[in-house]
Unconditional design. Structure first.
Length: 301
């Protein structure tokens, strides 16, 4: 989208309103009056001949569909200008600004805390924020510019996403401590065909797990569906079924302190690599590129 006669300050105000949800909070963040924010947005709407923000005394401020489309370009422009300013000051070895990172919700605990803490320690001029959701949601966040880079599984990605693989690992079977196969080094899915199955059901995980069962020549019959990774593990720990997981926590117990046993899957099945993704068609900002390099070293082994 072309943004003629729109100032950088107006774009910054639009981003602040989108992220805070109100003119008052946006004004506080930008250290200006609420009136200045309102006037700047009104002028921007006049220039573009678009309604960008819906204002309500009780509900705050929310972007229209047109505002959301402009927001994506606004973030790219402001990010690029920030990088240009750094280079112009001769600070080419430094990165700065706000970096919003997306993450597929089930793998967020395995990646976000470590990535944020170590990256901010290495680059104190960068402040990292994050969003989490399903793979389709995070993919749309990337395309729309609501985040610059994201941790994803390399499956069912929305069009327009470029990726870099961090690592790949085979799924494992999760069993309760009292299961008959708990001491096995490996187990085949066919041996578990009569047991209840607990599905981690966060889109598009069901499609992947069905491909695993299909590769093993076994029908996937779901007894329980869990929207959260830890709920799935807790159901298994209580003996309510077995599950399959790609990620494996360092601890082998559920929230209740009951043991969960991870056993290697004997079948040859599809894997789903963990990747970093970003919107294709343009360069990464300096901070996003630095984050990608940092995560490749941190998680890529």
């Amino acid at each position: 989208m072309n943004l003629p006669n729109v100032t950088l300050r107006q774009l910054e105000y639009l981003i602040a309103v989108a992220e805070t949800g109100s003119l008052t909070s946006a004004a506080a963040r930008c250290h200006v009056s609420q009136g200045a924010i309102s006037l700047a947005l009104s002028e921007m709407e006049r220039v573009l001949d678009l309604r960008l923000v819906l204002r309500s005394p009780r509900r705050g401020a929310a972007l229209t569909a047109a505002g959301t489309r402009v927001l994506s370009d606004a973030r790219r422009v402001v990010g690029a200008m920030g990088d240009l300013g750094v280079e112009a000051r001769g600070l080419s070895s430094q990165v700065s600004g706000v970096l919003t990172v997306g993450c597929y919700a089930p793998i967020a605990p395995f990646h976000l805390p470590a990535a944020i803490a170590t990256f901010e320690s290495a680059h104190p001029e960068v402040s990292v924020r994050f969003v989490e959701g399903s793979l389709p949601e995070i993919g749309e966040d990337l395309v729309a510019g609501r985040c610059e880079i994201a941790f994803l599984y390399d499956q069912d990605l929305v069009p327009g996403i470029a990726t870099r693989t961090l690592y790949d690992q085979s799924p494992k079977v999760l069993l309760p401590a009292g299961h008959r196969f708990r001491r096995r080094r490996a187990v085949a899915l066919r041996e578990l065909a009569g047991d209840p199955f607990v599905l981690l059901d966060v889109p598009p995980s069901e499609r992947y797990f069905r491909s695993v069962f299909a590769a093993a020549g076994v029908e996937m019959v779901v007894t329980h569906r869990a929207r959260g990774f830890e709920l799935a593990r807790s159901l298994v720990a209580r003996g309510l079924g077995y599950s399959i997981t790609v990620q494996q926590p360092a601890v082998s117990s559920s929230y209740e302190g009951l043991e969960v046993v991870a056993v290697r899957l004997r079948d040859v099945v599809p894997t789903t690599p963990v990747v970093l993704g970003w919107a294709a068609g343009g360069p990464l900002t300096r901070r996003a590129h630095a984050f990608a390099e940092h995560c490749a070293a941190l998680f890529g082994g």
